[in-house]
Structures are given as structure tokens and as C-alpha cells.
Design a protein. Structure first.
Length: 512
């Protein structure tokens, strides 16, 4: 459960603070809640507690999270953190301004690595309110930073001039609600991180001068915000994801930003590639639950430009929208489960210099191009995909991961160079019939397609010399076999149907 553990790591620095509430909490109750929260995510917690007046001091605090897959772990240490009763039913929590985070890994047959990340907190304040089992943590900071402090690879210290990485955000304002019900902990988080900035640089320390190998990536996102909702069963091994899901584990979240800009560069054998990009907002969504996994990302008004040694001029492109979404079942099931796939590349344009490479006469229309795909379906998983032992059984090829039961093309659009294809359709699959279609489950259903501008595109390709007239004639004959003229000039429609007996029809005419 590496993702959940990483979420908890962020929560160590951002989990706390609250407004006065009707119920009261004490310093001891807040510390006990935080301690239990961390342990529920697999952390080993060691500390010394002392109470003086209205303040609980937790000193020599040590946190350790094992990373078994990499033969290592993640550790954090704090000299002390304090929990102070404010007198109005809430508790103020004070953290050090700097918290070192140590990571050590030694994967089999790979390089070992040790690094220290410095976690900085500027103007950080926290309040906790509520009642035991139902606490609200409010926090704010002028700025929060993560910076690479040191890096060692296979026992060799990497100098700062060869490796740099920083991540900063601010101003930060967030709230976390933690509710314990029975054997489950429910966590709801919202936070505004202001501007998120990053700066990453790496260089091969053994190569210098004209043959330098290096890379750089830096940029920022404004209006960055996050929200998440998770339910975590208590008392279970956090590395056993199938067991956690069976017990009701779930997590969902969303990250969004108003605008972004970045610069990147890479040098190999002294030859440099540079570029920059920007967008006017975007988002990333994720979810994991007993129902499966869901992922979606989108960005608007993208611009990218770059220069490379291979081209004598800059390359540039723009896109109105880019999006990708995916959902799938992860747990073994006896019944078909839903899945989906979506792709959007809308309003793509590129510079005239690139067009002129293959179309100097400007024969082809240079209108924005679009590719859009929306698929849904049902499949029956035969294994638990988060169980490494079950996944290993697939390597020999003797075990099937599952079966495809149904597939629906909700929408298809491909639009470019003056032509456009749109379509939709649906098929079901008979997994007991693997003979009719040579080992593939026999489909039944139909797809409807509409094509516009195809003949005009063929004429232009002939004019440009890309295809000979004889090949163009054959293409037109093939189109006439599978399509019928549409109601508008240079349009055609086609209905491809597969029947349960394996027969295939195009516009009512049997072709198989």
C-alpha cells in the first residue's frame, strides 16, 4: 500500500489544527490520535512523553516506515513537538521548522541509495478541535518546502553540483477531518497550496566538459489545490492490499491548478535539447476501492516548444484540451465488472515550419486536429491484480487474467487535414466460442461510422505525390464496398454488423 503510506507521510507535516468547537480535546487525546493514525499506515512510532501544566511535550520522536520491496525504509526524526491546551477546547500543535526525512533502499541486483530530504515549514500553525474519535485539524503555513539535502549511491556521495531537487508550496491553508467508527478510520482532507514550484537537476558526475550528460526540469503551478477522502481499516497489514480492500479500504482524491509553466533541458554528449511548456489549468483525479481503480487527468490550452540538435528550427505545438481517463476492476470476481477508457486530444495545431516539411505547397488544410475516444465495457477478472503472487502466475502464459464480456464505443472522432471520422457501436463476446474468430471470443453487435472529406483528402494526397492514382482508385473502390453515400457531398456512412453465427455484414451486405 505504498500510495497510502506516502499520503500518510505528507499528513505528518500537514495533518493538524482547528477552530474552537462544542466538544473539547486534550493534548494527550490529540497525540494519541496522531500516534494511532501513523501506526495505522504502517509506521513504527517511538517517542518520550512528558506533561507540564497545559502542555504535552513529545520528544525524541522517531518514525520509521519499512519499504520491503526495496529492502529499505523511510525515517523521520524530531527533537520535539508540543501539544498545548488553548483553554477553549482546542489544542495548538507546534512542530520544528525543519524536519529531516531519510530514505534508504537497497533493491536486489540494483544500486543502493541513501538520501536525506529537508522538510521546511515557514509560518506554520496548527490547531486541533473536536472530540476523541472525531477530530478536525486545521493548518496553515507561509511556505512548505522539500529539498534534497544529500544523496549517496552505492556508497558514493553525489555532490550538490550533480543533483538538485526542491519542491515548495505556499501559502498553504488546509483542513483534515479524522473520524474513527468501529474498526475504520475515515479521513477527509482539503488544502489550498497556493503556488507549487519545483526545480530538479541531475548531471553525470563522471562526465564533464563538452561531453556533459545532464537534465533539468523546473516550473510552477498556480492555484494548486488538493482534496481527498479515504477509509482505512485498522489493525491490518498495510502491505496486504487485497485484504485491505476486502475490509473496505478506499481512497479518492483530486488535484487541480489554475495555470502552469515549465522549462526543461537535456544534454547528451554535449548536444543540448531545450524546451518550455504552459497550460491554463488542469486536474488529476484518482480512486481506489473494492470496486476497482479510476484515473483521470486533463489540461487546457497547452503550449509546448522545444529545440533539438536534429532540427534546425524550433518545434512548437498547441492544444485546446488534453485528457485521459481509465477505470478497471482489480479484484477477482465471478461476475462481469465495469471498465472504461477515454482519450481527448482536441484542437491540436503546430507551426507552419513543421507543416512545410511535408506540405510546402500548403495543399492540406491546416485546421486544428482532434482525436476523441470514449470506451466502456464489462470484463470478468480471474485474479486479484494487487496480489503479487497471483500476478506472477500470468508470466507463464498458462493463467488468463480474465475475460472480455462487452465493449461499447460511446464516441469516436478523428478530425484532421480536412477529413473526419465519427462513430459509435457496441459488441458482446461469447467466451465459450474461440473457434469462429481464430482464438478470439466471438463478438456480436454493430458499429456505425460516418466519414466526411475522404475523397477530398485522397485527391490532395495524389496532388502532393504521396500516393499514386492507381492506389487512390483502389482505395475509393474499397470505400464503396464498405460505405454508402451520405446526405452531404463527400460523405459516407457504414454499418458493420457481426451476428451471433459469425457472419459479418456491411450495410446489410454479407462480406463474411
Amino acid at each position: 500500500m505504498r500510495f497510502a503510506n506516502q499520503t500518510a507521510t505528507f499528513g505528518v507535516a500537514a495533518l493538524l489544527a482547528a477552530q474552537p468547537a462544542m466538544a473539547d480535546v486534550t493534548p494527550q487525546q490529540v497525540w494519541d490520535d496522531l500516534d494511532a493514525y501513523l501506526q495505522s499506515f504502517g509506521y513504527e512510532v517511538s517517542a518520550t512523553e512528558s506533561m507540564a501544566g497545559d502542555t504535552l511535550t513529545v520528544s525524541d520522536l522517531s518514525l520509521r516506515l519499512a519499504i520491503p520491496d526495496a529492502n529499505g525504509g523511510l525515517s523521520m526524526a524530531m527533537e520535539q513537538m508540543t501539544f498545548t491546551d488553548t483553554g477553549d477546547g482546542s489544542v495548538r500543535v507546534d512542530l520544528p521548522q525543519s524536519i529531516p526525512i531519510s530514505v534508504d533502499v537497497a533493491p536486489e541486483d540494483e544500486e543502493s541509495m541513501q538520501m536525506v530530504i529537508d522538510h521546511g515549514l515557514e509560518g506554520f500553525s496548527m490547531l486541533v478541535s473536536g472530540s476523541p474519535g472525531d477530530m478536525t485539524y486545521d493548518y496553515e503555513a507561509t511556505r512548505m518546502t522539500l529539498a534534497l539535502g544529500s544523496l549517496t549511491v552505492d556508497g558514493e556521495d553525489i555532490p550538490r553540483s550533480a543533483a538538485r531537487a526542491t519542491l515548495s508550496a505556499g501559502p498553504v491553508d488546509g483542513e483534515t477531518q479524522v473520524t474513527v467508527t468501529g474498526e475504520q478510520r475515515h479521513i477527509v482532507q482539503t488544502a489550498s497550496l497556493g503556488e507549487l514550484a519545483y526545480d530538479i537537476f541531475g548531471r553525470d558526475p563522471e562526465v564533464d566538459g563538452d561531453s556533459e550528460n545532464s537534465g533539468m526540469f523546473k516550473g510552477s503551478m498556480s492555484g494548486f489545490a488538493i482534496e481527498s477522502d479515504s477509509t482505512v481499516p485498522m489493525g491490518l497489514d498495510t502491505s496486504d492490499m487485497p485484504a485491505l480492500l476486502e475490509a473496505g479500504f478506499s481512497v479518492s482524491g483530486r488535484m487541480s491548478y489554475d495555470a502552469s509553466e515549465s522549462q526543461f533541458s537535456g544534454t547528451e554528449d554535449g548536444k543540448a535539447t531545450t524546451g518550455e511548456s504552459s497550460s491554463e489549468g488542469g486536474s488529476f483525479e484518482f480512486a481506489l476501492s473494492p470496486d476497482g481503480v479510476r484515473y483521470a487527468t486533463s489540461a487546457q490550452a497547452l503550449n509546448i516548444s522545444m529545440t533539438t540538435p536534429e532540427f534546425p528550427f524550433p518545434l512548437s505545438a498547441e492544444m485546446d484540451e488534453m485528457g485521459l481517463s481509465f477505470s478497471a476492476p482489480l479484484s477477482k470476481s465471478d461476475e462481469p465488472q465495469d471498465f472504461s477508457l477515454g482519450l481527448t486530444l482536441a484542437g491540436f495545431t503546430t507551426s507552419d515550419m513543421i507543416w512545410n516539411i511535408f506540405d510546402p505547397g500548403q495543399v492540406l488544410p491546416r485546421d486544428p486536429a482532434t482525436i476523441a475516444l470514449d470506451l466502456t465495457g464489462k470484463a470478468t477478472p480471474y485474479i486479484d491484480f494487487l496480489d503479487p503472487e497471483q500476478v506472477e502466475t500470468l508470466e507463464g502464459g498458462d493463467t488468463k487474467p480474465g475475460e472480455l464480456n462487452a465493449l461499447t464505443l460511446e464516441n469516436l472522432q478523428v478530425k484532421a487535414v480536412g477529413a473526419e471520422i465519427t462513430g459509435s457501436g457496441a459488441f458482446t463476446f461469447d467466451n465459450s466460442d474461440l473457434e469462429t474468430f481464430d482464438g478470439m471470443p466471438a463478438p456480436s453487435g454493430a458499429i456505425d461510422l460516418t466519414v466526411a472529406g475522404a475523397n477530398g483528402l485522397i485527391d490532395r494526397l495524389v496532388e502532393m505525390g504521396f500516393i499514386p492514382e492507381e492506389q487512390a482508385m483502389g482505395t475509393r473502390m474499397m470505400m464503396s464496398m464498405f460505405g454508402v453515400p451520405g446526405s452531404e457531398p463527400d460523405t459516407m456512412t457504414s454499418k458493420i454488423e457481426v451476428r451471433e453465427n459469425g457472419q459479418v455484414f456491411a450495410n446489410g451486405q454479407r462480406i463474411k
